[in-house]
Design a protein around this ligand. Sequence first.
Ligand code: KG4
Ligand code: ZN
Length: 353
Amino acid sequence: MAKFNKVLAIETSCDDTSVALVRSDGWVEALESANQDDLHRPFGGVVPEIAGRNHTRVLLPVIDRVVGKSADGWAGIDGLVVTHRPGLVGSLLVGVVTAKSLSIAYDLPFVGVNHLEGHLQAPFLRDEKYQPQYDWGDKPYVGLAVSGGHTTLFLIKKLGEYEVLGTTIDDAAGEAYDKFAKMTGLGFPGGVRVDKCAQAGDSGAYEFPKALWQKGNMNFSFSGLKTAVQNQVQSMPEVERKERINDLAASFQKVVVDVLLEKLKRAVEKAGVKRAIITGGVSANSALRERSELWGQESGVEIMAPPLRYCTDNAAMIGYVGIQRLNNGERSEHTLGVYPQSGIIPIKRYAKG
Ligand code: KG4
Ligand code: ZN
């Protein structure tokens, strides 16, 4: 079987149009992402219809530029990889239909990839400025995938073999950040702005609830936190709310990070492994990074969190999953569909929430 040395990967599951060239050892030869924040900002969140329409406008030019960065152009590309689930259907469709068309036009095999699997492989990408800190080979590890759409703890046994140890029963952590930003007038996108305010605030200023804290529970819930913040914000005159925004953000962030880290610790203990990754958009969070690093040093758990460009949605992580699958002999048919749910990752919960 011919080996796949380099693939072109396409990621359009939400509002970022991202294209990458990735080699079989995880080396990212090129990555370009076009973000749509300016288009969604007036609405305070991602508008699916706008996201899909904009992917249609920008995807082919981004592909052209990325292929142009490769010395041998299309001739050096052995296969195509595309995110086909989970995500916004109208957004996924643009990427999948484009990948199918390119597969026919250039006579290249292609494979559809689960977006979450991409996040779980992101720490293993490499480029001129980043190398994974540890080489775990095929050893199992725990993964906390925490983004705008997901907050899930996985035990990753190997590529394609996952167990869900815990997940959110309502909102995702990133969603909570985005809602906090909307309620307090910080705007869109929320995570980075709240994080910045939190760094300048007093995390003990307000007391917000930690849900599902009881022993052994590895699930998450952020809807109670959202309501508590809402009640607090509504009880404050606008002037005071603006004056205390840093303290509000710091108190909110403390609860989110306390919960994420505590559940991650429980999952590592339950799985009996000393390796963990934190991935997804929220893993860009400054407090989550600092505190998880500290915990790793204290506990001897090897922790990796990818650099920011590989934390948030990007095609490089999708390409790395896809090239491994192609080299394992997997191919998608031209009938491949798109799905809003994560699907192929089996749900098995240890803890009841
Ligand atoms: O993985 P991602 O790019 O897209 C999804 O698959 O959802 O994650 C985006 C999410 C958003 O909710 C955003 O507010 C959050 O990640 N985020 C952050 C930070 N940067 C991005 N949340 C907390 N702190 C940050 N620094
Ligand atoms: Zn994502």
